[in-house]
Design a protein. Structure first.
Length: 255
């Protein structure tokens, strides 16, 4: 049965159904899986999902991002994990956020936790040359601004943004319109104001954001005390956060 190993190694990560298609029937597939698991040719990621092992270094043949892409038929890397995929993450993370049309329970594999986060919009998902499905940089940014309190915290968010070389404002506006949340317009405009020149964002982008924020005054954080009010964005943010955003002091920021 070693003859199937090279094909599975090339595929990298695969389901039991894909093994059935490869070998031709369920009985042979069951025997192959048990044999390859015992010999260390493959490892079980979770129920019905396996990864091939590179025998040269005894490591999974594909990255955690490729594994994430195979968790469901619609799965894709999102949020902080997408920043990490693009090389924009500041902190080392042992968690991969995965969005999908189908919800799944979090699980661990090879010291990595794979966590489901609900998809807010469908657009902005791209398939990379390495086969990874991941949100594009603009969608990634907005997902993280929308959910930073659930994923990474504001300090890491600011440090990730500081590593982004450029953004396409037409895509940002497209995704903001699909989100259709006044508060996200407020947070996005407020947070990105300090990065305007670095990210090549025009005044028109911020004007369009302000046209959607309405009259509501909101706290950037829930139950935030000792806040400073930004009248343009109608945001109340902690005093130290306001200084971080205004000064761009990302490297030494502590919140």
């Amino acid at each position: 049965m070693m003859k199937y190993y090279e094909q599975l190694l090339k595929t990298g990560c695969f389901t039991w159904e894909e093994i059935c298609l490869l070998v031709g029937n369920q009985n042979t597939a069951n025997a192959l899986v048990q044999s390859y698991l015992k010999k260390g040719y493959i490892r079980r990621v979770k129920q019905n999902l396996y990864v091939a092992v590179n025998l040269l270094d005894d490591e999974p043949a594909v990255s955690k991002y490729r594994i994430a892409t195979k968790i469901t038929d619609s799965a894709y890397v999102s949020h902080h994990a997408a920043f990490d995929y693009y090389g924009y993450a500041n902190q080392v993370s042992y968690q991969v956020e995965v969005s999908s049309k189908t919800e799944f329970r979090p699980f661990n594999f090879e010291d990595i936790t794979y966590r489901y986060l609900k998809s807010r919009i469908a657009e902005g998902v791209t398939v990379r040359p390495d086969g990874v499905r991941v949100t594009d940089p603009e969608r990634t940014l907005l997902d993280n601004i929308n959910d930073f309190d659930k994923v990474m915290g504001i300090e890491e968010l600011l440090r990730c943004i500081a590593l982004i070389p450029t953004l396409k404002e037409d895509k940002l506006l497209q995704y903001l319109a699909l989100y259709d949340k006044q508060f996200l317009y407020q947070k996005t405009g407020y947070i990105l104001s300090d990065f305007q020149s670095d990210l090549n964002l025009s005044d028109d982008f911020f004007n369009k954001c302000t046209s959607h924020i309405g009259n509501s005054k909101r706290y950037l954080f829930r139950n935030s005390n000792d806040g400073i009010y930004d009248s343009k964005w109608r945001i109340i943010a902690p005093r130290d956060l306001s200084q971080i955003v205004l000064k761009g002091d990302y490297a030494d920021a502590t919140i």
